[in-house]
Design a protein around this ligand. Structure first.
Ligand code: SF4
Length: 382
């Protein structure tokens, strides 16, 4: 069995960069045992002005569960200090659901019998126009991971069209090489999010039985390649519940911190997806409860107080409205996950079910009623 951190494992065309950060993160994460922490460790972490790696581990541990209220007070203070009461609003655009990977937890996997489609030409503009007419200024462009159906030129075209309608453009597509990220940046992309899914290399191997996504190291180094290609921001996340969510969150925090240290200008963000029922698998179990999800989000906030945190419509409205008052700083709204749904011309199936079907206006009204300030754009391109 080849080692997933071995450069020889790369497939043709995958760019290899120095695996220094990956080696450090995986080494420290494998030494992390969430059971090792005591009440005292958690209380020390809560009162610390500078939460280091060990305190971060304590905040993610089972020992922290009785102290969530106290952690929430600290998390709220840090969020107010760095972000005030603002909450950035964006919406995702699912442009294609073709995928060549076989992730066992995903409805888009290439072995799944779903209606496949991708937006082309005027359909793309129609969707973007429908979204921008609601007032939104930030868009996250998503495709399934198929270089055949959504090659870099296709994605560059999506970005270029999006730049006519939006001020802030994110990408959640397959990992790319530095030059490809540079091209996306030149077309107008601002940030790149790549979910690692799990930092447990054994589980990773098991749940990714085929496709380019099997190459753990190429995926792990995507954020670094994106920054080398000139992106201003990068996002991180495991899919919580795929493996031990505490260990995965610990590894993810270290990964983001290492990138921040090496690229101090990078805008860092975390996402908080947890395992949900998905198309053709309505019964997917989820051991990560809302309070555990909140615990992870608060630990990220205290470890990296300046990092953005995104809460998606996978979560129910009440939970979303509360978590933005504590530690999340960014939320999606007015979400349609089918291909072509925004303009009322759905042509392809959705990846998962959403739990917050509220309109943009309803989400905004709820935020304002809770004393928060919805923000559509906080960035000016010069
Ligand atoms: S998680 Fe992503 S890469 Fe995996 S099957 Fe789904 S769309 Fe494809």
């Amino acid at each position: 069995m080849r080692d997933f951190t071995d450069a020889d494992d790369y497939e043709q065309g995958m760019e290899h960069i120095d695996p220094e950060i990956m080696t450090r993160v995986l080494g420290r994460a494998s030494d992390y045992n969430p059971e090792d922490y005591s009440d005292r460790d958690v209380l020390d972490a809560i009162s610390s002005d500078n939460v280091g790696e060990d305190s971060f581990g304590a905040l993610l541990s089972p020992a922290a569960e009785p102290f969530l209220e106290r952690i929430a007070i600290r998390a709220r203070e840090e969020t107010m200090k760095h972000f005030g009461n603002s909450v950035n609003i964006f919406t995702p655009l699912y442009a294609s659901n073709y995928c060549t990977n076989r992730c066992v937890y995903c409805g888009f996997n290439s072995g799944n019998d779903i209606k496949r489609a991708k937006l082309v030409g005027n359909e793309i503009d129609r969707e973007m126009n429908a979204i921008s007419s609601t007032g939104l200024r930030e868009i996250l462009l998503l495709t399934g991971e198929s270089r055949a159906h959504s090659d870099p030129d296709y994605i560059a075209d999506l970005v270029s069209r999006a730049s006519k309608y939006f001020s802030n453009i994110g990408l959640e597509v397959y990992p790319m090489n530095i030059g490809e990220y540079r091209k996306m940046r030149e077309m107008g992309a601002d940030y790149v999010t790549v979910f690692q899914e799990t930092y447990d290399t054994d589980v990773y191997r098991r749940v990714h039985p085929s496709g380019r996504k099997r190459i753990f190291s190429y995926r792990f180094n995507a954020q670094e390649r994106a920054l080398m290609g000139g992106m201003r921001g990068v996002g991180f996340s495991p899919l919580l519940g795929l493996s031990d969510f505490r260990k995965d969150s610990f590894a993810c925090g270290l990964h983001a911190m290492e990138i921040q240290r090496k690229y101090p200008h990078a805008e860092i963000s975390f996402s908080l997806p947890r395992f949900r029922p998905f198309i053709n698998h309505e019964d997917a179990e989820n051991s990560v409860t809302e309070s555990k999800l909140l615990q992870v989000a608060m630990a990220y906030r205290l470890f990296m107080p300046f990092a953005a945190e995104t809460i998606s419509t996978r979560e129910r409205p009440g939970f979303r409205d509360n978590i933005v008052g504590i530690c999340a700083t960014k939320m999606s709204a007015g979400v349609s996950v089918g291909i072509g749904e925004h303009s009322g011309a759905e042509k392809g199936d959705a990846q998962f079910d959403i739990s917050d079907p509220r309109s943009l206006e309803e989400v905004m009204n709820a935020l304002i009623a809770n004393g928060r300030q919805p923000v559509f754009n906080d960035y000016v391109k010069v």
